[in-house]
Design a protein around this ligand. Structure first.
Ligand code: C5P
Length: 399
């Protein structure tokens, strides 16, 4: 998702500097070109060789290094950046940035840069809460820097409080967001995700193997594109995506109630959830004891939420469904597309390896109302989400 992007990673001298290694690795894995710039103090905490090996590029530290400066000058580094991240950001670098000091490689790059700057503070709680640090952070915010707030918890100095570097996922997602054009700004997008649980007693339920990954990827990418995202999620272990309105439900009836309440105000609705088609007619309030012989459970039909949305949709609202099939993929998907009155349907191959429930990748066909179809190769679910949202954006633009 970060192909062709150059990220300058400024590392400063705090104990959290070792976490920069993981950030470099994740950016490189996502396809970015990473240029590490370290302060002299940062080199005391983490070896430049580690970051150089992970980034595959020489690490910049010394403004007056004749060799490196002639190959990649600090102005060139600033100019090439699509994004600059300071991680961890000490009280010292925050003060220097606020004051406009340029006395080493990193501070000169920061002053010369025109790219967005993300600052990830990490320090002792007393330092962080010091009014002068807070004032400096406010100065940076007003100048347009994005500050990734540190988290509360036990700090390296054994004190408790706010000052621990933010979670890696938050840092990475903030970078993705800063690098993604806001092509869905002003749009409201509802995504459903995950399975439903249909209980027949307090400890047993009927469900399916959905993990919610496809729906969460859609919510993540829509939020990156600046949409207001409502994620209606069945039970899953996934972390809620950054900045998304999360509505947790358990059963299909709860999902229907939640979505019905939100649907009218949405520009786009994507039903990626694997909604249970049936629920037990009765849910026992106590655990059903096993007895001799078989147990018969009567199942009632759940409402088809998507079909209901298709009947009530308002002009200009984009409605997208999923069809997870093990046979006759295209025929079944086409039938659902028409029956549920969708703009397009994402036909999900459940048979091929690396596609469907629980996988990080997916292989889908996108079939439109007019019968035209795009067959996408197997790719990470976030990329599939990007492809789906690109097509939704085209539809929105044409209405
Ligand atoms: O008919 P089928 O269940 O195969 O259709 C799949 C699509 O319909 C998915 O988008 C799914 O989220 C949605 N669906 C629904 N309500 C149900 C069952 C499925 O909205 N009860």
């Amino acid at each position: 998702m970060l192909d062709g992007k150059t990220i300058v990673l400024g590392v400063t001298g705090g104990i959290a500097a070792y976490k920069a290694a993981e950030v470099v690795r994740s950016f490189v894995k996502a396809g970015a070109n990473v240029q590490v710039v370290m302060t002299a103090n940062a080199r005391q905490f983490v070896s430049p060789l580690t970051l150089q090996t992970l980034s595959g590029q020489p690490v910049c530290t010394d403004l007056f290094d004749l060799g490196l400066e002639s190959q990649i000058g600090h102005i060139q580094v600033a100019r090439a950046a699509h994004l600059i991240m300071v991680i961890p950001a000490t009280a010292n670098i925050i003060a220097k940035m606020a004051a406009g000091i340029a006395d080493d490689y990193l501070t000169t790059v920061l002053l010369a840069a025109t790219a967005p700057i993300v600052v990830c503070p990490a320090m002792n709680v007393k330092m962080y809460e010091n009014p002068v640090v807070q004032r400096n952070l406010e100065t940076l915010r007003q100048r347009g820097c994005i500050i990734v707030e540190p988290e509360a918890g036990e700090l390296a100095c054994k004190e408790e409080g706010t000052g621990r570097l933010a979670e890696l996922t938050t840092i990475l997602e903030t970078a993705h967001r800063a690098l993604t054009p806001g092509s869905l700004a002003g749009r409201r997008v509802l995504v459903s995700a995950g399975p439903t649980w249909e209980a027949f007693d307090p400890v047993r339920y009927i469900s399916n193997p959905s993990t919610g990954k496809m729906g969460y990827a859609l919510a993540t990418v829509a939020a990156r594109r600046s949409a207001e995202v409502h994620l209606v999620s069945g039970p899953t272990y996934l972390h809620p995506p950054l900045g998304v309105h999360l509505h947790r439900i358990v059963t299909a009836l709860q999902m229907e109630e939640c979505i019905t309440g939100l649907a009218r105000d949405m520009d786009v609705i994507i039903m990626a959830a694997a909604v249970g088609d049936y629920r037990p007619a009765e849910a026992s309030p106590h655990k059903v004891k096993k007895a001799e012989g078989d147990l018969w459970v009567q199942l009632l039909r759940n409402p088809d939420i998507l079909a209901g949305l298709g009947q009530r949709r308002r002009d200009g609202q984009v409605l997208v469904g999923f069809a997870a099939e093990t046979e006759n993929l295209v025929e079944n998907a086409m039938q659902k597309l028409t029956q549920k009155r969708l703009d397009f349907i994402v036909a999900n191959n459940l048979v091929n390896p690396g596609s469907g429930f629980g996988c990080d990748t997916n292989e889908v066909k996108i079939i439109r109302k007019d019968g035209s179809m795009d067959e996408l190769p197997r790719m990470p679910k976030e990329r599939v989400a990007g492809e789906i949202l690109n097509r939704i954006e085209s539809l929105l633009a044409s209405t």
